[in-house]
Design a protein around this ligand. Structure first.
Ligand SMILES: [Zn+2]
Length: 143
């Protein structure tokens, strides 16, 4: 009669065996934020196809959205990547994450002009995403 309670009872023991480390929650938050930004960036060309109005709205909100995402992602990523680094000691994961954030910053601050924002952000966010996935998996030096 109470499907939610039943479902929780069934999934709770399963999820508690995952041995989650505190840093992984930050990793997951960073992955979520990065995916959100990728969707947002990649939606712009489609929105422009659907109609100039919806596309223009995304283009106009692009830079503030990226500043906001960067402001949230920066502390989350630095903490998560540092915690992960102490565990897996992978310089590749760390440098991927740091350069991802750097690309995001260069893109959003329009150092090379506004036309580079989306390209640089997509590259940066993809790097950051890969870094956090590697961080979560706790990969060692295979590189
Ligand atoms: Zn974006």
């Amino acid at each position: 009669m109470r499907p939610f309670a039943k479902r929780n009872a069934m999934t709770a023991p399963e999820s508690s065996t995952l041995q989650e480390e505190p840093g992984q929650r930050l990793d997951r938050a960073a992955v979520f934020l990065s995916s959100l930004c990728l969707l947002h960036c990649l939606a712009i060309p489609f929105a422009l196809l659907l109609g100039p109005l919806s596309g223009q709205w995304l283009v106009d909100t692009e830079t503030p959205v990226h500043w906001l995402l960067l402001a949230i992602a920066l502390p989350i990523s630095m903490i998560a990547l540092w915690r992960g680094f102490r565990r897996h000691r992978s310089a590749l994961t760390m440098s991927l994450g740091v350069s991802g954030l750097l690309f995001m910053f260069i893109g959003v601050s329009h150092v090379f002009g506004e036309s580079w924002e989306i390209a640089l952000t997509v590259i940066g966010v993809t790097g950051l995403l890969v870094a956090h996935v590697r961080n979560m998996l706790g990969q060692h030096r295979h590189d």
